[in-house]
Design a protein around this ligand. Structure first.
Ligand code: NAD
Length: 489
């Protein structure tokens, strides 16, 4: 069992926490570590260290700052397999899914290596005679990330490399349920030789989060997690004068038109709904069939769900792992029951499976709920498990109305061979990420990870240009240099 430590001011420190959360492999139930719920004093020590490191770090030229990120990229590549295995072990997803996660993490580091050009401002000579004007970007100070459990290695990279490449210093608060991947990543960050205090790691839960939200030295907060907490973090950070970007939950609908290629569609929708055991903010959660798409899609989707192999993500041939905790499994199974009580049928019902060799694992197999009604509880609630609800619409208009009735606005997809239908959908769907014949519209590192409504609180997103914008102030300078002065030289 590994000891979980905080990393503050370049030192690995044992927390003085009185409370701990067990980190348990969700397939094998092996106890992997115990996360200290660090008291606020430890968060304050990290904030102090980050604030002390800021003046020197912001003066370090951007071209020099990114040299640490180049080193980090190569260290992450070198330890790619080890990190991916660790993700599978503490979080449950399959090894291939974990590799995909680490690939996107590295992509973000690669983008930030070009920060000297990304954070360039602009200027005009002679906006009036002898007067020049320019916009320069400057770092904010100390930033902090608060992370969820479902991507233990990737999500921090939507923020941290941008923050430090722009000249900020940083604090990370990982999910208390999956702290080990982040601890390993920080060990690699340490090997890059970053000056002490530039990045800090504080484990914990609510006390550490509230410590971040109330600390005057912290100027920017990036949060990813459930909508209730996202809203809370956003409000409290904003009330304390901080810049905040808070990504919340999702309930992603996928529309299937009658002209869709059904074989390709069902395969992609199955990967979207059941990949990472449905624990992705971009997972398909509702499939809305239009007109005569209903029968072929329902039949093929049920086959795809029933044939998916479930087991320990490190074993060969496994397509889906367990969910994070027994509590989460209980909640998912209860919501399947709610769906049935509300009138849906479950031709594929994944409740209560036993997986040979992993009898104690938190497994729920893929589940299909047919006949989910608009407005019902299962149509509105984020299940965050391998459950796909099927709804039906007579026309594309009706389907778009169902998509837009959703409180969430993370992602929506359409499967169709019609350019006109796709274009209408792209224009009218009230979501931040749209997929056209794509099941997980998760943006590449050079695009913002968008989201509307209850899926996002703030305005600048993580990744790409948005992240540069988020982690910098814009300063406009106007200079006058009278002509007669230059004649003196
Ligand atoms: P969560 O909201 O329970 O926890 C997220 C973070 O908030 C953790 O670090 C946790 O310690 C902290 N936290 C929890 N309760 C708190 C409280 N009362 N006060 C202060 N801090 C608190 O989320 P989770 O279960 O770890 O992650 C799953 C959720 O994250 C899902 O809703 C999923 O859709 C969402 N998610 C969204 C995105 C996105 O990009 N929109 C990406 C990944 C996950």
């Amino acid at each position: 069992m590994e000891k979980i430590l905080n990393y503050i001011n370049g030192q690995w420190l044992e927390s003085t926490a009185a409370e701990f959360v067990d980190v348990i492999n969700p397939a094998t139930q092996e106890l992997m570590g115990r996360t200290p719920l660090s008291p606020v004093s430890e968060l304050e020590a990290a904030a102090q260290a980050a604030a002390a490191a800021f003046p020197e770090w912001r003066r370090t030229p951007a071209a020099e700052r990114v040299q640490y990120l180049f080193k980090l990229k190569f260290l992450l590549e070198e330890h790619f397999e080890e990190l991916s295995r660790l993700i599978t072990m503490e979080c449950g997803k399959t090894l291939d899914e974990a590799r995909g996660e680490m690939r996107r993490a590295i992509e973000n580091v690669e983008i930030t290596c070009s920060m000297p050009i990304l954070m360039q401002g602009y200027n005009n000579e002679d906006v009036a005679r002898g007067i020049d004007e320019m916009m320069i970007r400057q770092p904010l100070g100390v930033g902090a990330a608060i992370c969820p459990f479902n991507f233990p290695g990737m999500i921090v990279f939507w923020f941290l490399p941008y923050a430090i490449a722009c000249g900020n210093t940083y604090i990370v608060k990982p999910s208390e349920r999956v702290p080990l991947t982040m601890q390993r990543i920080f060990q690699l960050i340490e090997q890059t030789g970053l000056p002490k205090g530039v990045v800090n790691l504080v484990n914990g839960a609510k006390a550490a989060v509230d410590g971040i939200l109330d600390n005057p030295a912290i100027k920017a907060v990036s949060f990813v997690g459930s909508s209730t907490i996202a809203k809370y973090v956003y409000s409290r950070a904003a009330a304390n004068g901080k810049r905040a970007q808070c990504q919340g939950g999702a309930k992603n609908p996928i529309v299937i038109m009658p002209d869709a290629d059904m074989e390709m569609t069902t395969k992609i929708v199955a990967d979207s709904a059941f990949g990472c055991a449905g624990q992705r903010c971009a997972a398909a959660s509702l499939a809305i069939t239009v007109a005569e798409a209903r029968d072929p899609f329902t039949e093929m989707m049920c086959d795809a769900a029933a044939s998916r192999t479930t087991g320990y993500g490190l074993d060969a041939g496994i397509q889906m792992g367990p969910v994070i905790t027994p509590m989460s499994r209980g909640r998912i199974e209860e919501l399947i029951g709610t769906g049935i009580a509300e009138g849906a049928s479950a031709p594929v019902d994944g409740r209560g499976p036993k997986v040979a060799g992993y009898e104690q694992g938190n497994f729920v197999r893929p589940t299909i709920l047919v006949g989910v009604q608009p407005g019902s509880q299962v149509a509105r609630t984020e299940i965050f498990g391998p459950v796909l609800g099927l709804m039906h619409a007579n026309t594309l208009d009706e389907a778009i109305q169902m998509v837009n009735a959703n409180n969430y606005g993370n992602m929506a997809c359409i499967f169709t061979a019609s350019g006109a239908a796709a274009r209408r959908f792209r224009t009218e769907a009230e979501v931040g990420d749209v997929g056209i014949n794509v099941g997980i519209a998760a943006p590449m590192a050079y695009y913002p990870f968008s989201g509307y409504k209850d899926s996002f609180f703030g305005d600048m997103h993580g990744q790409g240009w948005d992240a540069v914008e988020f982690f910098t102030h814009k300063k406009v300078v106007i200079e006058r240099w009278p002509k007669e002065w230059s004649r003196k030289f």
